[in-house]
Every structure is written in structure tokens, then in C-alpha cells.
Design a protein around this ligand. Structure first.
Ligand code: SF4
Length: 352
């Protein structure tokens, strides 16, 4: 008899379908676009962080939410869903390394120094962050943003006469600032591993944005030479990249935007068009499978190993545990953090 670990993908798919049928309306499965294609095909809702946050707060009515993504997204579902709902993450060790690049003690230290200057700052945390950082923003008049609404978020802060203190992704912050006409000289980079005395802190006086030194290892792997190579190989190909890529890659590309923007743009393009896509490769593979009338290639094969820690088999385990009433760990968020993080998330949904 085969053990669970040796089940074929086909058998896992069938057992997932059977478990889903038994759980019926009690179950909703969410999957981020960067999950592998089998998980994406098993989900009720697939989207980027913003879409999933909106769905989790508006539409998910099921008793059990199973969230296939990295841990901060499952936490976000926990924060936004009703208390009667239970949220499960098939692999609790699947964390986003970018989200781990800002920790609350360091952010609080930076905030104390910044606000000590007498200037008005507003904290904006990228959705790829721990719940306590979202809560920090909720407590300090700030909010959450995603790659789909980072510009609106920064514009909102400036319209309030404040300076955005944006963390933890430097590239998203820098690309957004550039798109708004803010120059590199007008940006202050807060480096959490440096002492403030090594950061030209007095130079902060005239800056229009404060960014955090953090990055996504998947998106910084794309290089300007990848763009050149794609153009050389495919001629009239359009290059579209995610704003977590470095500014030198963004500058050479034809389009830049969130995962949902990339999806919409490519789907709306005519048959026969050619696309080189600079984002996570599982998403590129799904897009390719759904758009056989276009030539779609990854700008480089960059996989998020952390998203890939959530597997179809782990999804099956969660579902079968639910069917059989076996206890399993739920996603939990400290209630105080959840309350303030919810404020920061709700502000995002209001202003964007
Ligand atoms: S692709 Fe980058 S930002 Fe997204 S989960 Fe993976 S490491 Fe984090």
C-alpha cells in the first residue's frame, strides 16, 4: 500500500476533489498566483495580495479557510476573516524572506529617530510583512499597501503633508517614487543593520521618502542583461516586470506593475503577441498555459522557493484532517496586533 508521500499527483488531485466535495460550502481555498499550477487549479480564489485581502474581507463566508501562500498572507486572512472562521496554512514554515527583513524592534527604533526630527512622517508597510508591523502602522496613523496600490498610498501620504516611511521593500519604494518624479537624491535609505551615525542622518531633512533596505531575492535576480537577451532572441517582444525588480531592470522594461496588472495586460493583448515576464516563474507558467495564442516566456526562471514549500500533498493533508475532524494547528495572530493590523488594512482598502 502506498504511503501518503508516494501518492502520484493524479491521486492527490482526486483525493483533494473528494475532500472538497465532502466539505462543500464549509471550505474555501485561497491561492496566491505564485503557487504551483496544481494548487492554483485546486483553489476557489486565486489572486495577488490585494485581491486576496479584498476577497478575504468581503466574500469568504466558509467556516474553514485554507490559504496556500506564504505565512504573512495566511495571517492576513486571519486578521480579516470573522472570528467564527478558522484559517489554516498547509505549511507554517513557508515564510516570505522579504517580510522577515523588517522586525518590529528595528522599525520602532527607526520611527523614534525619524519622529524625533520634528518632521511629520507616515508609516506605510508593504503587505509582505509580519502582522506586528501592520499593527505598528495601524497604531501610528499609517496603513498597508501592496504592489498594486503603492503609488496611491505614497501619493496619499504626500497629500497629507507627511513623508512616507516605507518598509520593507526598497525596490518597490524606489520604483514607485521614481514613477512619481521623486529622484534618488530625494530618498533616504534606512539600513537596519547600520548604526544611525553611519547613515548621514542629518541629510534626512530635505528627503521626500524614507525607504527600508529590504528586497525580494526572487525579483532582484532579474538583470538588465536578461532584458537585452530577450529582445535579442525574440525581436519585437514586450518586457513586463514586477516593481520588486531593481530600478535598472524596470527602466529597460516596457511595462511595470503588480502581478494582477501583468496578468490583465497580457490577457488583453492580441493573439500572436510576445511577452517576456519578469516575475515568479510559477505564475508565468500559469499565464502561459491560459494564453496559448501568445508567446510567453519568463525573463529568467526565478522561483520563490518559499511559496513552493506549500505543496499539493500538504494541501491534501489539511483537507483530509478537516474531513476526519482531526485537530490541526490554526493560523493565530495576537488579538492586539490583529486589531491594529486590521485598522491599517482597512485604511488601505479605503484610500486605494
Ligand atoms: S516572491 Fe519574493 S516577496 Fe513574494 S513571497 Fe517569495 S520572497 Fe516573498
Amino acid at each position: 500500500m502506498s504511503t501518503r508521500e508516494t501518492l502520484s499527483t493524479e491521486v492527490i488531485r482526486q483525493r483533494i476533489a473528494a475532500a472538497r466535495e465532502k466539505l462543500g460550502k464549509d471550505l474555501t481555498i485561497f491561492a496566491h498566483y505564485y503557487q504551483n499550477i496544481d494548487i492554483v487549479r485546486s483553489a476557489d480564489f486565486v489572486g495577488d495580495s490585494l485581491q486576496l485581502a479584498q476577497i478575504a474581507s468581503d466574500k469568504a463566508r466558509a467556516r474553514y479557510i485554507v490559504f496556500c501562500a506564504v505565512s504573512f498572507m495566511a495571517e492576513m486572512a486571519r486578521i480579516l476573516c470573522e472570528p467564527r472562521q478558522k484559517v489554516f496554512h498547509p505549511e507554517s514554515s513557508a515564510k516570505c524572506p522579504l517580510a522577515e527583513m523588517a522586525v518590529i524592534d528595528d522599525v520602532e527604533k527607526a520611527w523614534a529617530r525619524l519622529t524625533g526630527t520634528g518632521r511629520r512622517f507616515m508609516p506605510v508597510v508593504y503587505v509582505n510583512s509580519r502582522a506586528d508591523l501592520k499593527a505598528f502602522c495601524g497604531k501610528n496613523g499609517g496603513f498597508v499597501c501592496t504592489s498594486a496600490n503603492a503609488r496611491k498610498a505614497m501619493e496619499y501620504v504626500l497629500s497629507q503633508g507627511a513623508v512616507p516611511f516605507f518598509f520593507p521593500d526598497e525596490n518597490l519604494g524606489r520604483n514607485t517614487a521614481h514613477a512619481m518624479g521623486i529622484l534618488d537624491e530625494e530618498i533616504f535609505l534606512w539600513d537596519p543593520v547600520k548604526d544611525v551615525s553611519d547613515m548621514d542622518f542629518p541629510g534626512i531633512a530635505g528627503k521626500k521618502a524614507i525607504l527600508w533596505r529590504g528586497f525580494c531575492y526572487v525579483h532582484v535576480a532579474f538583470r538588465p542583461s536578461d532584458v537585452e537577451e530577450a529582445r535579442k532572441t525574440y525581436g519585437d517582444i514586450s518586457v513586463i516586470v514586477h516593481p520588486e525588480c531593481t530600478p535598472d531592470v524596470v527602466r529597460l522594461s516596457d511595462h511595470v506593475g503588480s502581478t494582477s496588472y501583468i496578468k490583465k495586460t497580457v490577457e488583453a493583448a492580441g493573439p500572436g503577441t510576445k511577452w517576456a515576464i519578469g516575475t515568479e516563474v510559477n505564475f508565468v507558467n500559469c499565464l502561459k498555459a491560459d494564453n496559448p495564442d501568445k508567446l510567453i516566456v519568463p525573463l529568467r526562471e526565478c522561483e520563490c522557493r518559499d511559496m513552493s514549500n506549500v505543496t499539493l500533498l500538504k494541501l491534501l493533508t489539511v483537507l483530509e484532517n478537516l474531513v476526519e475532524g482531526r485537530p490541526q494547528p490554526e493560523v493565530a495572530v495576537d488579538p492586539e496586533n490583529a486589531r491594529y493590523a486590521r485598522i491599517a488594512l482597512e485604511r488601505m482598502l479605503t484610500i486605494t
